[in-house]
Design a protein around this ligand. Structure first.
Ligand code: GDP
Ligand code: IMO
Ligand code: MG
Length: 428
């Protein structure tokens, strides 16, 4: 039986190929919903042979029969949102009729971006290697109960009061702590009022939209941004993003009940990549790492930074699976490993027994990975969309991942386009 709803999330450090898979699965749902993160995300899809990179819009946006929802857990930069709509409009006809945004979303303001940049530059703070988009400071304001939400931009007196309170705090910080110029109140206020007007026709009660879709026995596809190892609670803290990008974030960020999430598909690359700072136990140094990065085109879709590459880390993936009700895996980029003589999978961390109590802290800088080696395959998997044509050793590699992770691989991806996809479970 098909699940009520479905969720597609990354189980590593992001860039697992979520965008391609959400676009691929979009005709199985009546709406797709982003529920956390912001324009730090970069989701790549191929539509009519053209590569599109989405940052804020759900990756279903080119499907005319599916609505695109942005839930209250997303932090919205209006500059980024409207630039993306303009860029994508010709590929997503009627976009303004099917895009709906929660008025409860926090807005990213110029002071968030400035603070993100100042902190990353300063020697007094740990460098995280953020996307410099103001994501962290915007979530800080949300949790600190001083965020300006979309709804606040619809009333001038309310906006005046909230902005005055918040901006005076930031300007004190900028002037007294960082020694930089303060930001102008009126400029920020006018922009907010302008964007409030522009957003008005797109606003909707997203929580109720989801409820109504489900009442009509239709389905929502929840699209995660980033990956579970970047989750602020479950990831490699402090080298994480500032939201819950694991399934735990869906109910609060989209506005549905935890039991309504349905089938959870964890997207994993056949290896692993990471952009920015932070530990990565299976990182491959030197030529081999560079070769994988080159073959996989591992360059950040948002910031253009090179992605660090490592072997598939089954320990961290298993940890996420066990505490997140992940039903199955989607294994992407297996084609990038075509032609390698031997491929490693990390199955265990060598770690002192006394340190195991701290495993939940995910401070992975002092763990040593144990690997198993799988024999590579010389015949290509690239572009294959029939499981029977997959080389035997590649099948063994896929089976090994299933066996170690304890859940099935329901989708195999062998290239960036939809045609290069093998649907193993027809019930999705
Ligand atoms: P996302 O953030 O999880 O949506 O992933 P990104 O779009 O940031 O990065 C994934 C990259 O890999 C993009 O360039 C995709 O076009 C590409 N991609 C996705 N699946 C596959 C695959 O199976 N094989 C290959 N070679 N590329 C893929
Ligand atoms: P998608 O959705 C990969 C990383 C940044 C940095 C950390 C915190 O395309 O998988 P932030 O700007 O969020 O405060 O930065 O998180 N990061 C991502 N890495 N893919 C992403 O998104 C990412 N979004 C944020 O590089 O290390
Ligand atoms: Mg990405």
């Amino acid at each position: 039986m098909k699940a009520k709803n479905l969720a597609v999330l990354g189980l590593q450090w992001g860039d697992e190929g979520k965008g391609k898979i959400v676009n691929f699965l979009s005709d199985r749902a009546d709406a797709a919903c982003r529920y956390q993160g912001g324009h730090n995300a970069g989701h790549t899809l191929i539509v009519d042979g053209k590569k599109l990179v989405l940052h804020l819009l759900p990756s279903s946006i080119c499907h005319e029969n599916a609505s695109s929802l942005i839930g209250r857990g997303v932090v919205v930069s209006c500059d980024a949102l409207f630039a993306e709509i303009d860029e994508i409009e010709s590929y997503a006809k009627g976009i303004m009729d099917r895009l709906k945004i929660s008025p409860a979303c926090t807005l990213i303001q110029p002071y968030h971006i400035l603070l993100d940049q100042l902190k990353e530059k300063s020697n007094s703070f740990t460098t995280i290697g953020t996307t410099l988009r103001g994501i962290g400071p915007a979530y800080e304001d949300k949790v600190g109960r001083k965020a300006i939400r979309i709804v606040d931009t619809l009333s001038e007196p309310k906006l005046d009061q909230k902005l005055e309170e918040t901006l005076s705090y930031y300007n004190f910080l900028f002037k007294e702590y960082f020694g930089v110029k303060e930001l102008e109140f009126s400029e920020i206020k006018d922009k907010n009022l302008e964007y409030g007007n522009k957003l008005l026709p797109l606003l909707s009660d997203i929580s109720n939209e989801i409820f109504t879709i489900n009442q009509a026995k239709k389905r929502v596809l929840f699209e995660g941004a980033q990956g579970a190892l970047l989750d602020v609670d479950q990831g490699t803290y402090p080298f994480v993003t500032s939201s819950n990008c694991s399934p735990a974030g869906i109910a609060s960020g989209a506005g549905c009940g935890p039991l309504d999430v349905g089938y959870i598909l964890g997207v994993v690359k056949a290896y692993v990549t990471r952009v920015g700072e932070g530990p990565m136990p299976t990182e491959i140094e030197g030529n081999l790492g560079e070769e994988i990065a080159k073959k996989g085109g591992e360059v950040g879709a948002t910031t253009g930074r090179p992605r660090r590459c490592g072997w598939f880390d089954a320990v961290s993936v298993k940890r996420i699976i066990q505490s997140n009700s992940v039903a199955a895996l989607c294994l992407t980029k297996i084609d990038v490993l075509d032609g390698f003589e031997s491929i490693k999978i990390c199955t265990d961390y060598k770690q002192e027994e006394s340190k195991k109590v701290f495993a939940e802290c995910m401070e992975l800088d002092d763990v040593n990975p144990n690997f198993i080696e799988c024999e590579g395959w010389s015949e290509p998997t690239a572009g294959i969309n029939d499981y029977d044509l997959i080389p035997e050793n590649a099948k063994k590699f896929i089976n090994k991942i299933e066996e170690i992770c304890g859940i099935p691989v329901d989708i195999i991806s062998t290239g960036p386009d939809d045609a290069s996809t093998i649907l193993m479970n027809k019930e999705i």
